[in-house]
Design a protein around this ligand. Structure first.
Ligand code: IMP
Length: 176
């Protein structure tokens, strides 16, 4: 089996500092409001759990699972809904929490799906954004980090189901 040593791209400390700032911005922007936080599984689960602890607003938490990648590092071009949320978002403030916007297809599809359900407002928090790969215009209201076009793993993100447990964002380098 091929061995990989992930190289650190964004450290645990940098992530924590950025999440603190995002949480403060969200708390401020939703002043006097309640929100439904939708965590996009599986990749956003660590980011979402750290982020909601920094948001000082009444909220409920939902999970949704979408897949577009399969086992590889390239988007398949199709988004499949594997698991839906369990609440009605009509008239509610929705905050989608995503791990990474790459081509933008997943978020564009999710936004279109949610818009049909009549929410009051839908905003997006994404830990990462790869501008070089963007094909579908997406507005990221709360962005962690813009990154170069490298396949990243860790802090919830996987390669073929692995590396989600790493506390930092890393890059896979073959053979070292
Ligand atoms: P998009 O639909 O092309 O924007 O891709 C979004 C999804 O692809 C994310 O939610 C991730 O699950 C996955 N993805 C995109 N780039 C990466 C990466 O560099 N590492 C791990 N997963 C990625």
């Amino acid at each position: 089996m091929e061995m990989y040593t992930p190289e650190v791209m964004i450290s645990e400390e940098e992530i924590a500092l950025r999440i603190e700032a995002l949480g403060q911005a969200i708390t401020r922007d939703f002043d006097g409001e309640e929100l439904v936080v939708i965590c996009v599984l599986k990749g956003a689960f660590i980011f979402c759990s750290d982020l909601i602890k920094k948001i000082n607003r009444p909220m409920t938490l939902e999970f949704i699972s979408l897949s577009s990648y399969g086992e590889g590092t390239q988007s398949s071009g199709n988004v499949r809904l594997d698991m839906d949320i369990t609440c009605n978002v009509e008239g509610k403030n929705v905050l989608i929490v995503e791990d990474i916007v790459d081509t933008g297809l997943t978020i564009k599809t999710l936004m279109a799906m949610l818009a049909l359900r009549g929410p009051k407002d839908v905003r997006l928090a994404s830990l990462l954004y790869k501008p070089s790969k963007l094909k579908h215009k997406v507005k990221i209201d709360y962005l962690g980090f813009e990154i170069e076009d490298k396949f990243v793993i860790g802090y919830g993100l996987d390669y073929a189901g692995r590396y989600r447990e790493l506390p930092y964002i890393g890059v896979l380098n073959a053979g070292n």
